[in-house]
Design a protein around this ligand. Structure first.
Ligand code: A3P
Length: 296
C-alpha cells in the first residue's frame, strides 16, 4: 500500500488515499501483520454506522443475554479496536488483542482491502453493518463536532463536500460499503443494515444467531432487543460512551447516543444539497446491486 504521514490531521496516516487514525507507520505494519485466529469474530463498519449497537447485541448473544456480564466494562474496553489507539489507554488495542484469550471479538473500521491478510487466511467470521449514506453523514458530522481528535467540520455543507469526496477519516463511504459488499461473495461475511436492525431487530438478531451457529430462547432474544434498544443503551453507562474522558468526547456539544433514527438526514439537508448529493450518489453507486433504505 502507498502510505504517507498526513500533517493536516494529527495522528492520522494516509493509506491508499484513505485517512486512518494510526499514529505511526510502525503500528500500521503491526496491524498488517496481525495474526488472526480462526475463531475470531470481526465486527466491521464504516464510522457511525451502528458499531456500538451491534457490539452490544453480539456481546449479549455471546453472554446468553446476561446483562450483568455485558456491564463488566465499557464498550471501548470490552472488545479491542484493531487499528485505533485511544490516547487515554495504557497501550494500543492491538496489543490488548494479542494478549486476549480466544474466542476474541475485534472491531474495525478498515476498508475490506486494508484488513490484515490473516483475517482472510484464517477464514474468520465477519459481521459488517452498513448504514445509508445520508444518515451516516449526519451522524459523522455531529460526531466530528463532539470529538476533539478530529478536525472541526466547520459547517454541515462543508462536511457534505468532504464526505462526498472521501476526505474524512477512513476514507470514502462509497468505497467502504461497496468493497465489503463485493468481499462477501468470497468470504464468510454477514452483511447487515442499520435500517433493518431498527425496523426489525429480532429478525436481524436471528440472522446473527444463525451466522454464529447459536440458538437462544425467545425470552433471551426479547431481552437482548430490550437491552440494546436506543433508549436503554442511552442510559447504560457501559454502552453510551460517557466514560470516555470529556476532553475527548464532549457530550454537551452532541451526545454519542444522539438520535438513532433512520431519516434524521431530512432535518439537515437543504433541498439544494440533497439534489447535489443524490446526483453524485447515483454516479458513485452505479453498477452495484447494493441498495439502501433511507427512512423506515
Ligand atoms: P446517530 O448519530 O444518528 O444518533 P457508531 O457506534 O458506529 O459510532 O454509530 C453511532 C450511531 O449509532 C449514532 O447515530 C448512535 O446514536 C447510533 N446508535 C447507537 N446505539 C444505537 C441503538 N441501540 N439503536 C439505534 N441507534 C444506535
Amino acid at each position: 500500500h502507498t502510505m504517507e504521514q498526513n500533517s493536516t490531521v494529527s495522528n492520522t496516516l494516509e493509506v491508499d488515499g484513505a485517512l486512518l487514525p494510526t499514529p505511526s507507520r510502525e503500528l500500521w505494519e503491526k496491524i498488517c501483520n496481525f495474526q488472526a485466529r480462526p475463531d475470531d469474530l470481526i465486527l466491521a463498519t464504516y464510522p457511525k454506522s451502528g458499531m456500538t449497537w451491534t457490539q452490544e447485541i453480539l456481546d449479549m448473544i455471546q453472554n446468553d443475554g446476561d446483562v450483568a456480564k455485558c456491564q463488566r466494562a465499557t464498550s471501548t474496553d470490552r472488545h479491542p479496536f484493531l487499528e485505533v489507539v485511544f490516547p487515554y489507554k495504557r497501550k494500543p488495542d492491538l496489543e490488548i488483542a494479542l494478549e486476549m484469550p480466544s474466542p476474541r471479538m475485534l472491531k474495525t473500521h478498515l476498508q475490506s482491502h486494508l484488513v490484515p491478510p490473516s483475517v482472510w487466511k484464517q477464514n474468520c467470521k465477519i459481521i459488517y453493518v452498513a448504514r445509508n449514506a445520508k444518515d451516516c453523514l449526519v451522524s459523522f458530522y455531529h460526531f466530528s463536532r463532539m470529538i476533539s481528535l478530529l478536525p472541526d467540520p466547520q459547517s454541515f455543507d462543508k462536511f457534505c463536500e468532504k464526505f462526498m469526496s472521501g476526505e474524512v477519516l477512513y476514507g470514502s463511504w462509497y468505497d467502504h460499503v461497496k468493497g465489503w459488499w463485493a468481499a462477501k461473495y468470497q468470504h464468510r461475511i454477514l452483511y447487515l443494515f442499520y435500517e433493518d436492525m431498527k425496523k426489525n431487530p429480532k429478525r436481524e438478531i436471528h440472522k446473527m444467531l444463525e451466522f454464529l451457529e447459536k440458538t437462544l430462547s425467545e425470552d433471551v432474544i426479547n431481552k437482548i432487543v430490550h437491552h440494546t434498544s436506543f433508549e436503554v443503551m442511552k442510559e447504560n453507562p457501559m454502552a453510551n460512551q460517557t466514560a470516555v474522558p470529556s476532553n475527548i468526547y464532549n457530550h454537551t456539544i452532541s451526545p454519542f447516543m444522539r438520535k438513532g433514527m433512520p431519516g434524521d438526514w431530512k432535518y439537515h439537508f437543504t433541498v439544494a444539497m440533497n439534489e447535489k448529493f443524490d446526483e453524485h450518489y447515483k454516479k458513485k453507486m452505479a453498477g452495484t446491486t447494493l441498495t439502501f433504505c433511507t427512512e423506515i
